[in-house]
Design a protein around this ligand. Structure first.
Ligand code: TRP
Length: 332
């Protein structure tokens, strides 16, 4: 479309998003949607590689979609859809399986990690996860794939599979490039400010989730660890706690770090932490009420999803048909 380059990304609906994801991934997607022909999928087929509660999976799929729209991802600008609504993903995955070696999959670090964490359920889907991800990307002939650093190996395999297929037959797939975007601001754990804020931190008070209500957000910031001394100064080396809070404040209040420092000069840690908590919850409030509004409008959501799936299926179908032709599947 419009000579723009194609960009593909997906998120699993099981992710519990933190304010770190908001400051990073979501804000990146917002910028990208203007410059690229974007496809963003909710990867529910990837999600079932670890056991899910069905009702929860369904609910999280919709609430994730509503959240992204509430944050400003525009379904008129980009193609937003649910992975399982486009059967071509499973179909291409099957073909690509025959171009992927068992040994390669056994060596993937995420597979090894997840097999250790879910030893009772090391299923074939878990092992096949990277091939399904390759199918996602290759179906759309995506040039760019914005992902976190943890997906680097998966992207590498997608490129290998694409090149392998192209070499055996003839150029069929665009070989995708990873966009490992430096997120605007790196947000750390409130309890252990030298570690990145994560969805699965040991101490739940260290992470602020987009789903937390105002009181919870404020309570978590009040309990955030600070550092010795009393000065509110950006010094990540010696004052990791205070520096992290200043970073969060600057992101959520749209101010520079020096502006934030000036604002809190002479104030105590208690007032400072409360102010950070307030600015974060003030900023999240409209997003959350918009999300709730969208979630309540099932008809609107279904329309978005139907349009998204139709558009995605059109693009994906063209690639799949090319693949079937090259490998010798008779088509009518
Ligand atoms: N595995 C990705 C993650 O957990 C999600 C994902 C699925 C994805 N399919 C994709 C990301 C295709 C980029 C492209 O983050």
């Amino acid at each position: 479309m419009d000579g723009k380059k194609t960009l593909y990304s997906a998120i699993q609906p099981t992710n519990n998003l933190t304010i770190g994801n908001y400051a990073g991934a979501i804000s990146n997607w917002l910028k990208l949607q203007n410059d690229y022909d974007c496809y963003f999928a909710i990867a529910n087929m990837h999600a079932i590689t670890v056991r899910q509660n069905p009702a929860e999976l369904r609910q999280k799929t919709l609430s994730m979609l509503a959240l992204y729209i509430a944050c400003g991802i525009d379904p008129d600008k980009c193609c937003l859809y649910i992975q399982s609504h486009v059967p071509a993903h499973a179909e291409l995955c099957w073909v690509l399986n025959t171009f992927t070696y068992v040994g390669e999959m056994e060596r993937m670090t995420q597979f090894k990690d997840k097999s250790a964490r879910h030893a009772e359920n090391v299923n074939m889907g878990l092992m096949d996860y990277p091939v399904l991800m390759a199918a996602d990307i290759l179906l759309y002939q995506a040039e760019y794939v914005p992902v976190g650093e943890d997906q680097r190996q998966h992207l590498e395999i997608a490129r290998d599979i694409a090149q392998r297929f192209n070499n055996i037959y003839s150029p069929t797939f665009t070989v995708p490039e990873g966009l490992f975007l430096k997120v605007g601001a790196k947000i750390n754990d409130l309890q252990e400010p030298v570690k990145k804020m994560s969805k699965s931190a040991e101490n739940p008070n260290g992470s602020v989730f987009l789903s937390d209500d105002r009181d919870t957000v404020i309570r978590k910031f009040k309990r955030a660890v600070t550092d010795s001394g009393s000065e509110i100064k950006y010094d990540p080396e010696n004052k990791p706690g205070v520096s992290n809070l200043l970073t969060i404040y600057s992101v959520f209040a749209d101010k520079t770090i020096p502006e934030a420092e000036a604002e809190f000069a002479g104030k105590g840690y208690g007032d400072f932490k409360l102010a950070v908590g307030e600015v974060v919850s003030d900023r999240l409030a409209p997003v959350k009420s918009e999300q709730a509004k969208i979630l309540a409008d099932r008809e609107y959501l279904n329309t978005v999803l139907k349009n998204g799936a139709e558009r995605a299926a059109h693009t994906a179908g063209r690639t799949l048909s090319k693949v079937y032709k090259k490998i010798g599947f008779y088509q009518i």
